[in-house]
Design a protein around this ligand. Structure first.
Ligand code: ARG
Length: 463
């Protein structure tokens, strides 16, 4: 004989109590207790609405309010006794409320179901987490702007196919990351906007017979409006999917950034130095300093993608309306929140502390004839057709390779032998500083543009 537990929330219909293993298997309290504050907020708003509508008396409302505040402080103090037998956060809190205030506690659930309750809690929870995540994201963006400003004139190689392509400024490179994060921020805000509708009042699935005021409880909870269909309100979890999709894209961006940091920090590149506090050593190779933070963030990207797929798969076969399957939505969402927040925090702390090795960056940029395009542009400026210019530059590069020197080291006479239109001023274009300064338009790599972007983005961030 297996052990059985009784659950008073539905005991009436049952002839035998729940199998102990099944009770533990179906319980969610171990993880959904994270939403306890939101559950209490939702209950307070629901009770206030019931009072306003005359469904509960003022006296009952006051009792519920003080009881719930007592529960809130017990949870905050860590003295609340969570019980798996009570299945989830909702029933744990309601049971304790009833223990504290008696029969009135049992009236709180009038005109409500755990189905609209859990959907409300999750929306409230995710909303406040999005706000916290957004704050970390902005902190990282601010750090990027500061470093971009500091490095506005630092020259580094710009790559295509991971081969030196054209010289760029490091500030400009960092601003590329800023742009990606800006879109990530917008995606989160967009998700927040769409999830901020109240499911309360949808009850189990069809609504309720009580004369409720959904707009009122929604307003008390800071929702922008109410879900317009009760079946949809209790059953869809698209807002969690949207959040995990937005989080996945942000993680993808961070992961690419990680990859660059790992390369740049390697001794082969030696462009940046990640401060010791963000690294660990090797237990066997004393010379090692490993870029653990970027490696771990890159690794954690996989689990966030996984959560997105868990949720998509969780929803794909569900008929309307609520199904117990939906209980499985929380852990992927919670883990995505924690992972994303921690990764952003680590980055926001680390980025402003990156040390740059400008000399190595410059040396690398000078390799690979990175100003070849500038020579072509110079010739076009002298009236040569681009295709012909391309030919002349190809020959100049060939000559430089044969001599083992850079384009800027070729004597004028040799360049003129390839094209008589070339004059002394060609060396301005062949030098890295001239090359980056010449790309002076919105979105270009010139130091002047980097500074202008930093200024513009900083003022937009502040507003
Ligand atoms: N723990 C449940 C969940 O997370 C709460 C809703 C339960 N509703 C129900 N009809 N069994 O989805």
């Amino acid at each position: 004989m297996s052990e059985h537990t009784t659950n008073s929330a539905w005991g009436g219909r049952f002839q035998e109590s729940t199998d102990a293993f099944v009770a533990a298997f179906t319980a969610s309290v171990d993880f959904d207790q994270q939403m306890a504050q939101e559950d209490i907020d939702g209950s307070l708003a629901h009770a206030a609405m019931l009072v306003k509508q005359g469904i509960l008396s003022e006296e009952e409302g006051a009792q519920i309010r003080s009881g719930l505040e007592q529960v809130r402080s017990e949870i905050a103090a860590g003295t609340f006794a969570w019980s798996v037998a009570l299945e989830d956060v909702h029933m744990n809190i309601e049971q304790r409320l009833t223990a504290l205030i008696g029969i009135t506690g049992k009236k709180l659930h009038t005109g409500r179901s755990r189905n609209d309750q859990v959907a409300t809690d999750l929306r409230l929870f995710l909303r406040s987490q999005i706000d916290e995540i957004s704050a970390e994201l902005v902190r990282l963006q601010q750090g990027l702007l500061d470093v971009a400003e500091r490095e506005a004139t630092t020259i580094m190689p710009g790559f295509t196919h991971l081969q030196v392509a054209q010289p760029i400024t490091f500030g400009h490179h960092l601003l590329a990351w800023f742009e990606m994060l800006k879109r990530d921020f917008e995606r989160l805000q967009d998700c927040r906007k769409r999830l901020n509708q109240s499911p309360l009042g949808a009850a189990a699935l069809a609504g309720t017979t009580y004369p409720i005021d959904r707009e009122y409880s929604a307003q008390l909870l800071g929702f922008d409006g109410v879900c317009q269909n009760s079946l949809d309100a209790v059953s869809d979890r698209d807002f969690t999917i949207e959040f995990c999709a937005a989080a996945s894209i942000t993680m993808m961006h961070l992961s690419r950034f990680c990859e660059e940091l790992i390369l740049w920090n390697s001794s082969a590149f030696a462009f940046v130095d990640i401060p010791d506090r963000f690294c660990t050593g090797s237990s066997i190779m004393p010379q090692k300093k490993n870029p653990d933070v970027p490696e771990l963030v890159r690794g954690k990207t996989g689990r966030v993608y996984g959560h997105l797929f868990s949720l998509l798969t969780l929803m794909k076969g569900q008929p309307l309306a609520y199904n117990k399957d939906n209980q499985e939505d929380k852990e992927p969402v919670f883990d995505t929140i924690t992972t994303l927040r921690h990764c952003l925090r680590a980055f926001a702390d680390m980025v402003p502390m990156l040390e740059t090795n400008a000399e190595n960056m410059l040396r690398a940029a000078a390799q690979g004839f990175s100003t070849a395009t500038d020579l072509a542009d110079y010739l076009v400026g002298k009236g040569v057709a681009f295709r012909d210019a391309h030919e002349v530059v190809g020959k100049s590069v060939r000559l430089a390779i044969d001599r083992g020197c850079d384009l800027a080291d070729l004597p004028l006479a040799d360049l003129q032998a390839l094209c008589e239109l070339i004059e002394e001023d060609v060396y301005e274009s062949l030098l890295l500083e001239g090359s980056v300064a010449a790309r002076n338009h919105i979105g270009g790599t010139a130091p002047e543009q980097v500074r202008a972007q930093v200024k513009k983005q900083r003022s937009q961030l502040a507003s």
